[in-house]
Design a protein around this ligand. Structure first.
Ligand code: PLP
Length: 451
C-alpha cells in the first residue's frame, strides 16, 4: 500500500472523506469552515497595502515605455488592463442548463483579452520582469529616479540587459508573458516548458527569440529545471512561480483596478451587496494575488472561490489536508492530465495556500468536459472566446448557491444574494490560434448537444 506523508490512503480518507471524491475524479466542492474575517483573514500574507501601492507605482513608471513598445496598450497609456463585461445571456443559459437560477448579476473579467500576452500572466509575469529591469538599470546607472522609462527602449539598454538572463518554468502562459516582455527589453530568456504546454506557445516564444527547453515531465519538474539553471549563474534571475511575492504583487494590483471599474459601473460592493469572485487556480499565485488585492479593498464583502480541474486539484488538496506543497495530486493517484493547460499543476504554492487559507471561501473542481461545454456556451451566448482553463470559473455561482451550509455560515441570506455580484475571472484566450480555438468550440458544442 502506498504511503503518503507517513500515512496510508484509507487512513487519509477516513480523516478527510472529501479525498475519496478527489481521488475518484468526481466534481466536488469544499467551503472552508476555518475562514477568518477582517484583518485576520490576511494575517498570514506578510505583505501590506503599501506593497501593492509600490507595485502599482512601478507599473505607472513603466507605462510610457510599455505604451511605446506594445502599441496595443497605447490608448490605455501603457497600462495593461482588461475590460469588465456583464454576461446576461450566459447567466440565462446557465439557468436553462442546470435549472438553478443565479440571483444577482453575472460579470466576466476579461483577462483573456489582456494586451501583450493574452492571459492573467500579463499581470504578475510582466511585473516581475519589469522589477528586474528597473533594479538592474538603476544599479548600472542607465536609469535615474524620475527618468522617462522610454529610455529603456534603446540599443544601449538592450545591450546592457543582454548580459543578464531570466529563467522560468511554465505550462505555457507564464512563459509567454516572461518571454515576450523579457525578450523585448533585451534579456536572455529561457522558458522551461512542461510536456502539456501547447506547441503554438513554444513556437511563438521561439519567434520572439526566447530559448525554449522542453521537458517530458509536468510543470513542477519544469520549474525545478529553471531553478537549477538560475542558481548556477549569478547573472540569472529565476521567476519562482511557486513562491514569488513579486509575481503575487503584480496580480494583486488587479484588485484596485477592478474596484475602480466596479465603481465606474456603479456596482456596489458591501455587506449587503456581496461580491463573489471565481478564480481558476493553477499553482495559486494568480488567484491568490487577486484575492489579496480584493480583500485589502472589500474585506469581508468579497468572497473568493478557487476553481481547479478534477485532474489537478492541488490547492484544494493542499489546504484541505493542511499538507500544502508537501504533497502533489500524483501522490494521491490523481494524474494531473487536463485540457486546462494553465491549471495543470500537481503541487500548489505553499506560500499562497498558507498565506490565504483563512481568506479563500471555497474551492471546487471541474471536469474537462464541463470546461469545454462552458466555453462553447459562452461563445454562443456572448460571442466571447476563452481557453479551457479560463472557463473554470463559469460553473462557480451555481456551486456556491448549492451549498446551503456555507451560505448560512457566511450570512449570505436571500436578500443579500439577490443583490450579489458574481464575477467570473476569464484568465486567458486571445492568443490561442484560430484553428485551435475552433477545435475547442467544436468539442464543446459536441458535448453540449449530447447533454
Ligand atoms: C496560470 C493560469 C491560471 C492560474 O494561475 P496560477 O498562478 O497558476 O494559479 C489560470 N488560468 C490561466 C489561463 C493561466 O494561464
Amino acid at each position: 500500500m502506498t504511503v503518503i506523508a507517513g500515512r496510508e490512503l484509507p487512513d487519509w480518507e477516513r480523516e478527510f472523506p472529501l479525498l475519496r471524491e478527489l481521488v475518484e475524479g468526481r466534481e466536488t466542492a469544499w467551503f472552508n469552515p476555518g475562514i477568518a474575517s477582517g484583518d485576520e483573514a490576511l494575517a498570514g500574507v506578510g505583505l501590506t497595502v503599501a506593497d501593492i501601492d509600490d507595485a502599482a507605482a512601478r507599473l505607472r513608471r513603466f507605462a510610457p515605455y510599455i505604451a511605446q513598445v506594445f502599441p496595443g496598450t497605447r490608448h490605455a497609456g501603457g497600462i495593461i488592463e482588461s475590460p469588465l463585461y456583464t454576461i446576461p445571456d450566459m447567466q440565462d443559459a446557465l439557468k436553462e442548463h442546470t435549472g438553478i437560477p443565479i440571483p444577482g448579476r453575472l460579470w466576466m473579467k476579461m483577462d483573456s483579452e489582456l494586451p501583450v500576452s493574452g492571459s492573467i500572466k500579463a499581470r504578475g509575469g510582466i511585473y516581475e520582469v519589469l522589477c528586474q529591469a528597473e533594479r538592474i538599470a538603476l544599479a548600472e546607472g542607465l536609469l535615474q529616479q524620475g527618468d522617462d522609462y522610454r529610455k529603456l527602449d534603446s540599443l544601449k539598454a538592450r545591450a546592457m540587459f543582454s548580459g543578464y538572463s531570466i529563467a522560468v518554468g511554465s505550462t505555457g502562459n507564464l512563459g509567454l508573458s516572461i518571454g515576450i516582455m523579457g525578450a523585448r527589453l533585451g534579456f536572455k530568456v529561457t522558458v522551461h516548458m512542461s510536456a502539456d504546454a501547447r506547441p503554438w506557445k513554444k513556437e511563438m516564444l521561439r519567434g520572439h527569440g526566447v530559448e525554449v527547453t522542453e521537458h517530458e515531465s509536468d510543470y513542477s519538474a519544469a520549474v525545478a529545471a529553471g531553478r537549477d539553471q538560475a542558481t548556477s549563474d549569478p547573472s540569472a534571475h529565476f521567476v519562482d512561480d511557486e513562491n514569488s511575492t513579486t509575481l503575487f504583487l503584480g496580480y494583486a494590483v488587479a484588485g484596485r483596478r477592478l474596484a475602480g471599474q466596479l465603481q465606474a459601473l456603479e456596482v456596489r460592493v458591501d455587506e449587503e451587496h456581496p461580491l463573489f469572485v471565481y478564480l481558476p487556480c493553477g499553482v495559486g499565485g494568480g488567484p491568490g494575488g487577486v484575492t489579496f488585492g480584493l480583500k485589502t479593498i472589500f474585506g469581508d464583502a468579497v468572497h473568493p472561490v478557487f476553481a481547479e480541474p478534477v485532474h489537478s486539484p492541488c490547492m484544494l488538496l493542499g489546504v484541505h489536508t493542511g499538507l500544502h506543497e508537501t504533497v502533489s495530486v500524483q501522490d494521491f493517484g490523481i494524474d494531473n492530465v487536463t485540457a486546462a493547460d494553465g491549471l495543470a499543476v500537481g503541487r500548489p504554492s505553499g506560500f499562497v495556500g498558507r498565506a490565504l487559507e483563512a481568506a479563500i471561501d471555497g474551492y471546487y473542481t471541474v471536469s474537462d468536459a464541463s470546461l469545454y461545454r462552458h466555453l462553447a456556451l459562452l461563445a454562443t451566448t456572448e460571442d466571447l472566446r476563452v481557453e479551457p482553463s479560463a472557463a473554470a470559473g463559469l460553473p462557480g455561482p451555481q456551486r456556491v448557491l448549492a451549498d446551503t451550509a456555507y451560505l448560512k455560515r457566511a450570512g449570505l441570506t436571500p436578500p443579500a444574494l439577490a443583490k450579489a455580484t458574481h464575477l467570473v475571472w476569464a484568465t486567458g484566450g486571445s492568443m490561442v490560434p484560430e484553428e485551435e480555438m475552433s477545435r475547442y468550440l467544436q468539442t464543446g458544442s459536441g458535448l453540449l448537444s449530447e447533454s
